[in-house]
Write a protein that binds this ligand. Structure first.
Ligand code: G1P
Length: 273
């Protein structure tokens, strides 16, 4: 099973910081944002993380490649803790596929179709971080309890913010689980069927990958993953895990990126057992 991380976006909201540096490489406390997401993928049931990259962002690949010269230099200078970290990051099981044109999230995911090999797969969006790595195992549990159904993470947001997200309609079937009836991408607040916003963690059935092949452009002229999820509901069940906002961090805007840095930095300073 694979965990897919789309990373080919332009990072427009962070310009000029992202002119020469991919937004996925922006620092969050002590590591680039995408490293948290890769670590989360590798801590899940996935055996490999697949980054859907663009050819202009090779520096992401440099980050996850071995660097024996740097490791040797650090060891020579007695900096073994840094050497261990550099070695660990260079040995992570990451591979790459390429999205040649920015045609939308659904298109990006479809670019990894050959990698998923007809199996269920995770999609992890890079601008949200889940440092405790607990969300994907919980989503897997819900899927297993419902015959392998797709499961998406959702988060309650203030009604005026629904236009930034995919939003679900459905009904609660447990304290933190909804059965999904439909999804809509970036609705106007008055049209939103709920205030539960798609958060950026997905466990998807192989049928979603098939449907993405024929998905027509939706909101913003982009091929939307949300539209393929809405389409799969005609054939399969889908569930939503309602997450605790304290478990997930949005780094998608300068405000939320700074706030995430502050919160995670305070945690970083806490004594480790
Ligand atoms: C994407 C998805 C949207 C989801 C959001 C979460 O939107 O299309 O459904 O709610 O991520 O961050 P984007 O932020 O790429 O516009």
């Amino acid at each position: 099973m694979k965990a897919l991380i789309p990373a080919a976006g332009l990072g427009t909201r962070f310009l000029p910081a992202t002119k020469a540096q991919p937004k996925e490489m922006l620092l969050v406390v002590d590591r680039p944002a995408i490293q948290y997401v890769v670590e989360e993928g590798l801590a899940s049931a996935a055996d490999e993380v697949v980054i859907i990259n663009s050819h202009s962002k090779k520096i992401i690949e440099d980050h996850f490649s071995p660097d024996p010269e740097l490791v040797a230099l650090l060891r020579e200078r007695g900096k073994n803790a840094y050497a261990d970290e550099v070695e660990r990051v260079g040995n992570m099981n990451v591979s790459y596929v390429y999205q040649e044109e920015a045609l939308g999230l659904g298109h990006a995911v479809r670019c990894a179709a050959e990698k998923t090999g007809g199996e269920a797969f995770y999609v992890l969006l890079g601008d949200v971080l889940v440092p405790n790595n607990a969300m994907l195992p919980r989503m897997q549990e819900i899927s297993d309890a419902h015959g392998g159904a797709s499961v998406i993470a959702v988060m309650p947001v203030p009604q005026e913010q629904v236009k930034r997200f995919g939003v679900i309609a459905g009904e609660a079937v447990a304290d933190d689980v909804w059965k999904v009836d439909s999804l809509v991408e970036k609705p106007a607040p008055e049209d939103a069927p709920s205030n539960l916003a798609v958060f950026g963690r997905y466990l998807l059935s192989p049928r979603v990958m098939e449907l993405l092949a024929d998905q027509k452009p939706g909101v913003g002229g982009e091929i939307q993953l949300t539209d393929a999820l809405d389409a799969v509901l005609k054939e399969e069940e889908m569930y939503a895990l309602v997450i605790d906002p304290a478990d997930g961090f949005d780094t998608g805007t300068i405000d939320t990126w700074l706030e995430t840095n502050n919160i995670l930095y305070r945690r970083y300073l806490e004594p480790k057992d």
